[in-house]
Structure formats: structure tokens, C-alpha cells
Design a protein around this ligand. Structure first.
Ligand SMILES: [Zn+2]
Length: 211
């Protein structure tokens, strides 16, 4: 499948549209759009490729990844899917807006489907596997696409870096365990598709975490 990238908001968060050929089903991963123009950009892409938005997937519930979750759910009538372990962050959306001095109104949302570690679903006939990767937040998850050979890691693993652990629910030991045991064990040629900055590979990241 293809991964179209939309870098959004003051945090330069990567929202992805995962899809097949024109006219296929699609997933919006981490709809962090905060500006009308950012939502328009995503919507125009979906219209231009005649995509059917089937899922709205959340790697975690920090404000820069979910600011347009409600909009996407309403606009496309698709279920919002993520870990229930991150609902503590959904309860604190207003607090997150304040903490980062954002001048935006973020409507709350609910998880239409709670995802748990190891579960799988399909998109355009391809398997999407949920890997629990807590540490950046309690309910951080990664989405592994074995047929595409890619893993969407949210804010768990970045190119030559990893997610911060100083926000509520973050824990460095847990994050390192997630990276080492849950992500770096994937095939080494897997493309790592992170929530910020550029893509990388498992192979390129392994040396940093060697014990
Ligand atoms: Zn985050």
C-alpha cells in the first residue's frame, strides 16, 4: 500500500493516509490537523484519489496526533480506533491544549473500537497488526503492515531518536523495552514510519539500542 504523508500543526506531526490504488479503501493515521487548511489538504487528497476512508487509526492520544479525530470521524463516518489505555489523554484534551498554549478548540471523541496488542484487521486485503508499544504514553501502539513492509510507530521510535517520556503516563524504561522487544525485532528491512520527522528502517535504528 501507499503511505501519503501530511505534516501538520506547530509540532510538525505526520498524519498518514494509507491506501491502495485509486478508488480503494484507506486509513487515516493520526489526524493531527489543527488548521482548516490542513484538513482541506487531507480531504482534497482523499477526493482526488477517490478513497473510501474505512478506519481512523490513532497511535496515541496526544493533542498533536488527534486534534482532528472528531472531524475525521464525522466527515468520513469511519470508526476511530486506538488503545483504551490512552483514554486518560482523551479525558485531558483541554489540559493538553493549555499545556502547549494552543489557540484551538478540540472537540472530544470516543474510541469506536478499542485495539489490543496482537490483534489484526485488514485494509485492502492486507493485514494490519497492532503492536502495543507503551512508554511515550500508556496506550501507545504501532501499526505493522507486513505486506507493505512498514511499521507506523507514532512517537515511540523516530529516526535516530525516540519519543519523550516526561509527559503524563510516559516512562523511559517501558519505552526502551517497547523499542527493543517489540519493534527492533521486526525484519531489519522494515520501513519505520514515525509520527514526526523522516522515515528510517529497523536496521538503521538497531545500533542505537544495542546493549
Ligand atoms: Zn506524542
Amino acid at each position: 500500500m501507499k503511505l501519503a504523508i501530511f505534516t501538520c500543526n506547530p509540532f510538525e506531526e505526520n498524519c498518514y493516509i494509507v491506501h491502495g490504488a485509486d478508488g480503494s479503501d484507506a486509513a487515516i493515521v493520526d489526524p493531527g490537523m489543527m488548521a482548516e487548511s490542513e484538513r482541506d489538504h487531507v480531504a482534497q487528497y482523499i477526493t482526488a484519489h477517490s478513497l473510501n476512508v474505512k478506519y481512523i487509526l490513532l497511535t496515541h492520544c496526544h493533542i498533536d496526533h488527534v486534534a482532528s479525530a472528531d472531524w475525521a470521524a464525522q466527515h468520513y463516518g469511519a470508526p476511530v480506533m486506538g488503545s483504551a489505555d490512552d483514554l486518560y489523554l482523551v479525558d485531558r484534551l483541554a489540559e493538553q491544549v493549555q499545556r502547549f498554549h494552543l489557540n484551538i478548540d478540540v472537540p472530544t471523541f470516543s474510541l469506536d473500537r478499542e485495539l489490543t496488542d496482537g490483534e489484526q484487521f485488514t485494509l485492502n486485503g492486507e493485514t494490519v497488526k497492532v503492536i502495543a508499544t507503551p512508554g511515550h504514553s500508556r496506550g501507545s501502539i504501532s501499526f505493522y503492515l507486513p505486506d507493505t513492509n512498514a511499521v507506523l510507530t507514532g512517537d515511540t521510535l523516530f529516526a535516530q531518536s525516540m519519543g519523550r517520556t516526561d509527559l503524563p503516563g510516559g516512562d523511559l524504561h517501558t519505552l526502551l523495552h517497547s523499542i527493543r522487544q517489540r519493534l527492533l525485532t521486526l525484519p531489519t528491512d522494515t520501513l519505520v514510519v514515525p509520527g514526526h520527522s523522516q522515515p528510517t528502517t529497523i536496521l538503521a535504528e538497531q545500533p542505537l539500542y544495542a546493549t
